[in-house]
Design a protein around this ligand. Sequence first.
Ligand SMILES: [Zn+2]
Ligand SMILES: [Zn+2]
Length: 874
Amino acid sequence: MASPSPLPKTFDPSSFEERQSRRWEEAGSFLPGGRPGDPKFSVVIAPPNVTGKIHIGHALENSLVDAMVRWKRMQGFRTVWVPGTDHAGIATQMVVERALAREGVDRKAIGRDAFVEKVWAWKRESKDSIRHQLERLGCSLDWSRERFTLDEGLSRAVRKVFVDLHRDGLVYRGRYVVNWCPRCGTAVSDLEVNHVETPGKLYFIKYDVEGDDVGAIVATTRPETLLGDTALAIAPNDPRTRRLVGKTATLPILGRRLPVVEDDFVDREFGSGIVKVTPAHDPNDFAAANRHGLPAVVVIGPDGRMTAEAGPFAGLDRFEARARVLERLWSEQRIVDAQEHVHAVGHCQRCDTVIEPYLSSQWFVRVAPLAGPAVAAVEKGEIRFVPEHWTKTYFEWMRNIHDWCVSRQLWWGHRIPAYYCARDHVTVAEEPPAACGTCGLPDLVQDPDVLDTWFSSQLWPFSVFGWPEATDDLREFYPTDVLVSGFDILFFWDARMIMAGLRLTGAPPFSILHLHGLVRDEKGEKMSKTRGNVIDPLDVIAEFGADAVRFTLLSLASPGRDLPLARSRMAGSRAFMTKVWNATRFVLAQTEATPAPGRGDPAEPLSLLDRAILSRLHETIEAVDRQLGEFRFDLAAASIYEFVWRDFCDRHLEMVKPVLSGKTGSDADRRSIRRVLLACLRDVLALLHPFAPFVTEEIWEAIGGAGMLATARFPKVDAAIFDPESVGAVRALAEILTRVRNFRSERGAPPTEPAELRIAPDAPHAAALRELGPILAALGRLSSLAFESPAADDLRDVVEGVSLGIRFAGREAATDRAGIDRELDKLDDEIRVLAARLRNPDYLEKAPEPVVQKSRQRLFEMEKRRAALAGTPH
Ligand SMILES: [Zn+2]
Ligand SMILES: [Zn+2]
């Protein structure tokens, strides 16, 4: 064993965190380990945007995954966590576009190839920064397997999927009304549109109808679109409007002749029961137009300006055109009413521009045939959601799913592998074809559009392992075990991975989908730049240390809840790390010459204190294992915290002091205590490692632990070590000590004032307390300790069921009477409140049974204590 290097006096995470990162890297600690065929645990990172910066949500997500991955690795699983980044099409293109604009460079001026080259240069610079940030957080990613959604292999996978799905009729090209962002100049999917309730006006506009004196009143919130009307529609058999069927209306301003058609899609309740049909600018109208063979007239162009079809309004911005159209309609007295009206207006998720429904040729994925198996896999339990309630949201969305528009009018991304000949035939192929698949003409032109960035992300859990090649990694690590993501990308990403994984690999891409909450500020407010409450993970890592940040996030991660992140919590976690550090220094000082415990050590009998702390340790191991298995990172963190802070540091380390200093106990006791201290310290480090990898690895190195802690074994629970009697005795001892100290301080006596203590001989744990007597006497500064019934004039109390009598040397009991009376008054109040509550039938009916039980128990304890204090027999 290497000689332990001394631990510096002050806990300073900045002095060792980056060094430990390098040691992990050099030791290859995050490679899978073990041998192929061993039980494995594999996870893929939710790839951050390649140009991005890690935000606090990433810090949470990756702390959760890392805790899980480190735990599994230490349990001996062949573990791999695959890192990588996403090219994030539209987001990245916008970032680079803006940066270039600041340098006075216009994307369109430099052209597609030069622009894409600029983005690659940008990506090369940013990539290492993402890695650095994840390393600072302590993420145990296998960087030898790093992937990028636009790298060679993943791009090949994307092309193959597009071609295969096209061949199977699941990818098609068509002219439809899509969500169009005039600022970004591209189509976006339904999910990329934020709907904002916006106050506006509902205008009732009169259209003349041939041979009908009344005419048709049509309601609309977007009067500029009437320039694109090609019909009016009414509900079938509506007595109010039946007279108009087959007649022809005239479009105001432009004078276009509009047939009046009957169709089920008309909502009788809306307006007058007559609607305008504007096929090029409304998806429902477009569908109706197809049913009736009506033409579509595009009046708003891709740049948000009116087209030549808009007549006198051509060239105007769409909102300007709205105002002008209204002016004309007012002046021609076509507007019969205008009502206040609130309606949902779609905004581009990227740039907040109002989305325009726009008719254009796009590529789509037919989703319904993919959604069926994805629903079934969750129904059958092949994929489990944590927390479970997300299942319902998932089913609702999947059962009402629309086709997915996957083409984007961008330059950064996977270019669509579709090629057109001069006759506009389309050939879809993985590699550029020499000739048209239909007519054989050469010189094909590739589709200029790229795929939605989620098209490649949906392949991530298998493409990172080399799919479609049958690689060893794919065989061994796919399907993955868990996917951790924010609930905000459940439909963007998680659901699509499930659909793609089932379709393309025949297997669900992961068996657990863990959806975490949102990190908010300490008041529960959403973090945002405008509020100025954003916490940058790198800043708080610099301030509190990465372990403290991780421990805080994990402690707050209750399933299904958002996390209120307060700086005071991080300071508290840092204090916890300091506690571990200082405890180690104490243990090292006490055990310098003690050989490390080995599994095969000749077993000297353990002292009672040792049996108790080992029992608590194994209870904690059992709890942490179970809680991590149930994704209760919050509870697992609390279990470790409680064990380390209370059981190990506050109780055990205090209680062993009189023995180690030679005041009491035998040499055998001292040997036992030292051995167990070291054993506990090692297990504490291992237990805590998944939560706080840096400080535990640093201490592990300092105490000469074998190899790296990151790849050491996680403690295994040994039920034979459970010893509830010793644990109970130590707890009673700790509580008795607290009581003795409180008696002193309540009476203003100095902490050194000697006391006489009597413990009822029939008290619970009496035998064990007798054994611990010298420790109790030393720590409680007792002048005498007797196991006999408390005397009538003793100060009396009951602690953990143990009846005590205490008396301070040289003081009359009567002088302590005032303190006792105050205590009694307090108890009386509490008893009154609690008793009243327990008599309240309403409370008894509504409160959960365990809570009622606990209250009854508490009342019983308080009454017993009151009796003891009052000196009355009980
Ligand atoms: Zn936009
Ligand atoms: Zn052709």
